[in-house]
Design a protein around this ligand. Sequence first.
Ligand code: PRP
Length: 215
Amino acid sequence: MSTGITIALSKGRILQEAIPLFAGAGIHLAEDPEESRKLIIPSTDPTVRFLVIRASDVPTYVTWGAADVGIAGKDVLLEQEGLDLYEPLDLRIGICHMAVAEPAAMAADDAPQSWERVRIATKYPHITRHYFHSRGVQTEIIKLYGSMELAPLVGLADRIVDLVSSGRTLKENGLVEVEEIMPISSRLVVNRAAMKLKRRAIETLIRQLEAQVTP
Ligand code: PRP
């Protein structure tokens, strides 16, 4: 095992918000991952490199030790069952929430407290099943991989469970949020073996990032 640290993260919102945190910790990416097609990006610190991967693959790389550290949304971490990762830090980036949404016309005379059975399109079947089970509501879940907001518009499902940030995607598709399930933010995750074998370097990284986190 090398002594350097490999950090897995995903393009998009998380990356844009993570770059300043790393910069504040003195770690600068050698290339802009949004411009480059490279999947391994070195940093200005020769002991730190980044893997740029799909958000839902971050826990896999970290669990198997292909990356020592990763940044993953709490949504991704909760959706994947049986992860054995150390989660030392809420980075307070990628802030949004998970919610149930439905067409505005339907919401006008809908009463979530009286739901007995719902048909939900979502990328988050596990979280959705768990949430409605705890509410005593039966669910029929249709698994999708993106653009959930389309499903109620074409009759694939009555409602969706998805992340809401600005609310713009819901609004532009005539949907409204009817229940909030949970707040979401991105977490620093660490491989358990790496936490022991590279303790000093990883603890330093955690401390440096923690100092950058907005309270
Ligand atoms: C997320 C989410 C919504 C959208 C919400 O999708 O699934 O579609 O952002 O953001 P808003 O409330 O600011 O409109 P994302 O862009 O991450 O892509 P995805 O469909 O691949 O999840």
